[in-house]
Design a protein around this ligand. Structure first.
Ligand code: ATP
Length: 464
């Protein structure tokens, strides 16, 4: 099977209205992308599905929407102010900045393939770069690694200075911990239970060229699942969450399981408070990379917020009266990384024989930005009116697009490219027979269906 390159996906998504470089008219903005009309719909469909499966369909989960700007002490308590650091190096000639671990990783891929970059300490990175004389991607000398904090800072009000300093959140998770007490006080939740939240996070990323995989502004979908460590076996709980994550990606999003794998963090790589961490990796066009992480974070976060706020975040067991700080399991995924995975997985260039090819996005019908496209076969007012009538009826139930802008071949090709699973064509025969032609995207097979049955026909198709 041919692997789609990142360049192919970047060009395709721009041409077909999925993803545009941010501020392109001004020359662009590093590591930033906007989502076009089809992209925003695909993104929304992925998010809606996550919310439905992880929150709505579970009895033990509730949702939350906390703010991007939070009290700055939040980020002191979480450790982000002190240690949300990446090791950065600078090209001595061009002054471009790079993450040291990314340069080492790229070098090691060719010359030292067994190296696990995450196992090295800061000092070991410095020594490794020196020993191997690692250069920048432009072939120039680089500086020694320096710590670089990834939190974005801004200020509230008109007076600048320490008092007004706030941060754009570096992750959504901390808003869940900060609201833990309010949730237990105001809702009927009992351990074990989880809180899920989706929203924008911001990180000052300096590594370029990974498209929507690594951006300054991105969306996370994070869960903090609280439990009593005396009553719940964390290993079993972790296995259950891992199974839910896998089933969401391979089942609900329909991703090829051969491109998914679990990777356990090594002892050196894992955060000091975490007892065990796994990454669910996907094989992106640029290699195996983290899509979704799961970490057992003990009672670290709630304890930290207790210490810094001076408020108790203990839980009282209503049966025994025992007071304790709950432990937490954290499955955290990037929505934009799911989006890129869905596109990479669905993108196919098919050989149709006789030198002909077609590009087709084999998205699950539930995810497709457009589910049904309606065309009149010819540019004729009567056919057009009939087609628009069908369009008007179906669009109340499905995501439907009307098109009469080209010949039928061109219109099919365009819909194949944006992943539309069904196209409906109205021709002169339809006016007499009350039947239309429905063409399926993947098989390109056609069948005739009564206009009055179309709604029911698609309802059945989209429940699969
Ligand atoms: P990485 O090692 O790739 O920088 P991370 O381990 O720092 O990621 P986490 O802090 O665990 O990431 O964040 C949870 C999830 O948020 C990640 O699994 C990833 O899907 C997503 N994510 C993190 N940083 C970015 C980013 N800059 N752009 C897009 N998604 C991101």
């Amino acid at each position: 099977m041919v692997t789609t390159t990142l360049d192919t996906l970047v060009a395709f998504t721009k041409r077909r209205g999925f993803v545009y470089p941010t501020s392109e008219i001004y020359g662009g903005l590093a590591n930033s992308y906007d989502y076009g009309p089809y992209g925003v719909q695909l993104l929304k469909n992925i998010k809606d599905l996550w919310w439905k499966k992880m929150i709505e369909e579970r009895e033990d989960m509730v949702g939350l929407d906390s703010q991007i700007l939070q009290h700055p002490t939040t980020w002191v308590a979480s450790g982000h102010v002190g240690s949300f650091n990446e090791a950065m190096v600078e090209d001595k000639k061009t002054n471009k900045r790079y993450r040291a671990d990314h340069l080492i990783e790229a070098w090691a891929k060719k010359h030292d393939p067994t190296l696990v970059v995450e196992n090295l300490t800061f000092q070991e990175w410095t020594d490794y770069i020196k020993k191997n004389d690692i250069k920048s991607p432009d072939g120039n000398e680089i500086t020694e690694p320096k710590p670089f904090n990834q939190l974005f800072e801004t200020a509230i009000g008109v007076v600048s200075g320490e008092k007004s300093k706030v941060y754009l959140r570096g992750e959504t998770a901390q808003g869940i911990f900060a609201n833990f007490k309010q949730i237990t006080d105001s809702c009927r939740v009992k351990l074990p239970f989880g809180v899920g939240q989706m929203g924008k996070s911001f990180r000052n990323e300096i590594t370029q060229g990974q498209f929507v995989f690594r951006t300054l502004e991105f969306e996370q979908a994070e869960i903090e699942y609280f439990f009593d460590p005396e009553k719940t076996d964390w290993k079993k709980l972790m296995d259950e969450w891992k199974a839910s994550m896998w089933s969401f990606i391979s089942g609900d999003l329909g991703i090829d399981a051969a491109k998914l794998r679990w990777r356990q963090h090594t002892d050196k790589e894992r955060s000091h408070y975490s007892k065990d961490t796994y990454d669910l990796d996907y094989e992106y066009p640029f290699g195996w990379k983290e899509l979704w992480g799961i970490a057992y974070r003990t009672d670290y976060d709630l304890s930290q917020h207790m210490k810094h706020s001076g408020k108790t975040l203990e839980y009282v067991d209503s049966a025994t009266g025992r007071k304790f700080i709950p432990h937490v399991m954290e499955p955290a995924v990037g929505v934009n990384r799911m989006f890129l995975m869905v596109l990479a997985d669905a993108y196919h260039e098919e050989d149709l024989g006789e030198g002909k090819t077609r590009t087709v996005l084999k998205l699950k019908p539930s995810l497709a930005p457009v589910q049904v496209a309606i065309f009149p076969l010819q540019k004729d007012e009567t056919l057009r009116t009939q087609a628009r009538e069908i369009y008007g009826t179906l669009k109340k139930h499905f995501r439907v697009e009307f098109d009469d802008a080209g010949n039928i071949g061109k219109m099919y090709r365009r819909q194949d490219e944006i992943g539309t699973p069904y196209c409906v064509t109205i021709d002169y025969k339809s006016l007499e027979s009350g039947m239309v032609t429905v063409r399926e995207r993947d098989t390109m097979k056609q069948e005739t269906v009564l206009i009055k049955d179309l709604n029911h026909y698609f309802e059945q198709k989209f429940t699969i």
